[in-house]
Design a protein around this ligand. Structure first.
Ligand SMILES: Cc1cc2nc3c(=O)[nH]c(=O)nc-3n(C[C@H](O)[C@H](O)[C@H](O)COP(=O)(O)O)c2cc1C
Length: 420
């Protein structure tokens, strides 16, 4: 399997431009600048690349939603906020190979006719932000960014904007509010950012990993990328795997790779020879899958959806037979209650309510009616909020209660865990 994103991440000092350019670095940009922007959009469309931030929306299609001949400036906003528990792939890329992402940012900006790109980076990612700022300086000095890039007449300014550590600011419209200096409240859609985005101008928002795939697509062609993966899930994908495995980390595989084999061969199998109990396949907001449900599942958007969950951001959290599922969901429920922005009533009121009920169950104060009450609260949040944070909070709770109801009931009846 050819690596597209992590090919050079193990090379010492890959984050420096001298190292990056040794292996084809910035040759995709040179090629791109000789192409018309529309040709690049077409190439990305042909590649079948889908957004790696969670929703899996086709990237080329998103780019083509920009209004033609807009008199307003167009912006590219790179989403480097990465706040979903379990997800740590973008940070890895930014720290290890920032120029790959910056090259992708320059090419993508050129393709959509943007003269200004913003990188909204999670505030806690100090090293990522520092590496990006350094890489931008190096790229400008070498003539790859700034005014009249490589004599092409194309100008691009890239600005790194550090967030203040709010998960909601990873949601694209809250991110835009925050970028504009306001409180990170999600906006109602439509209008979508491609039409009315940053500073009321047409804006394309893409995830770091999505943008980092663009140089390879330009160098090798969209068709070559589309040959990798499955019918509807093209290319390679980064998976960050954590929890009860021997080798947690970030790995790149072709989409369509078997999930069980990935856990065994890449992540080194379950720790201490224990049995696999469950996985959260796509970041903490996606429904949990029991070990029996991942049999035959492959790592692509369609297969995981068919099994009842989502590929999301590609963050696999692994549980073994000794893990208490009430305790696990209690941690996640606390997270979502803390991170709800408070704009919509179902999420603002529902997330702390769910967290309180689960904590009561965990500490021996649960009531028999609690599991049904939790499901009812989930039902009152799902699909009823301005942004998907409500769904992100409700989906894991709903799936944990439905799939591990016996563990919740044991806690309620016995006031302790059945796993000791
Ligand atoms: C609560 C919430 C948090 C999100 N956090 C991120 C994030 O940290 N990084 C990201 O790229 N997308 C995140 N997203 C998805 C973005 O809204 C958006 O879909 C994505 O940045 C688009 O890029 P893509 O098409 O390249 O995936 C989040 C969505 C929600 C609802």
């Amino acid at each position: 399997m050819e690596k597209i994103l992590l090919k050079y991440t193990d090379v010492p000092e890959q984050y420096r431009i001298e190292t990056y350019i040794k292996d084809d670095g910035y040759t995709a940009l040179k090629k791109a600048l000789k192409m018309a922007p529309a040709e690049l959009v077409e190439e990305v469309k042909k590649s079948g690349l889908r957004g790696r931030g969670g929703a899996g929306f086709p990237t080329g299609l998103k780019w083509s939603f920009l209004p033609k001949g807009s008199v307003k400036p167009v912006y590219l906003v790179c989403n480097a906020d990465e706040g979903e528990p379990g997800t740590f792939k973008d940070r890895y890329l930014m720290e290890k190979d920032p120029h790959l992402f910056i090259e992708g940012t320059i090419i993508s900006s050129y393709a959509i006719n943007a003269k200004q790109a913003f990188i909204y980076v999670r505030g806690e990612f100090v090293l990522s932000a520092n590496r990006l700022e350094e890489a931008i300086k190096e790229a400008m000095k070498a003539g790859y960014a700034g005014k009249n890039i490589l004599g092409s007449g194309y100008d691009l300014e890239i600005t790194v904007h550090r967030g203040a550590g709010a998960y909601i600011c990873g949601e694209e419209t809250s991110l835009l509010e925050s970028l504009e200096g306001k409180r990170g409240y999600p906006r109602l859609k439509p209008p979508f950012p491609a039409v009315v985005g940053a500073f009321k101008s047409p804006t394309i928002i893409n995830n770091v990993e999505t943008i980092a795939a663009v140089p390879w697509i330009v160098l090798n062609g969209g068709e070559a990328y589309a040959k990798i993966g499955t019918e509807k899930s093209k290319g390679t994908k980064l998976f960050s795997i954590s929890g009860k495995v021997n080798k947690p980390g970030v790995y790149e595989v072709d989409l369509g790779y078997p999930m069980g084999k990935f856990i065994e061969e890449y992540a080194g199998g379950i720790k201490d020879g224990k049995k696999l109990k469950a996985v959260i396949p796509g970041g903490s907001s996606t429904p949990v899958l029991k070990a029996s449900e991942i049999e035959g599942v492959v790592l692509d958007y369609e297969s995981i959806a068919k099994a009842g969950s989502m590929l999301g951001s590609g963050a696999i959290i692994v549980f073994d037979e000794t893990d208490c599922m009430v305790k696990a969901i209690s941690v996640l429920a606390d997270f979502y209650a803390h991170e709800s922005c408070g704009q919509c009533t179902p999420c603002r009121e529902g997330t702390p309510w769910m967290a309180r009920i689960i904590r009561n169950i965990l500490t021996g104060k649960g009531k028999e009616s609690d599991p049904d009450l939790l499901l009812e609260i989930c039902d009152n949040i799902l699909g009823k909020t301005v942004c998907p944070l409500g769904d992100a909070a409700a989906m894991p709770v709903d799936s944990f209660v439905k799939k591990y109801r016996d563990e919740f009931e044991y806690h309620i009846k016995q006031g302790k865990c059945n796993l000791g």
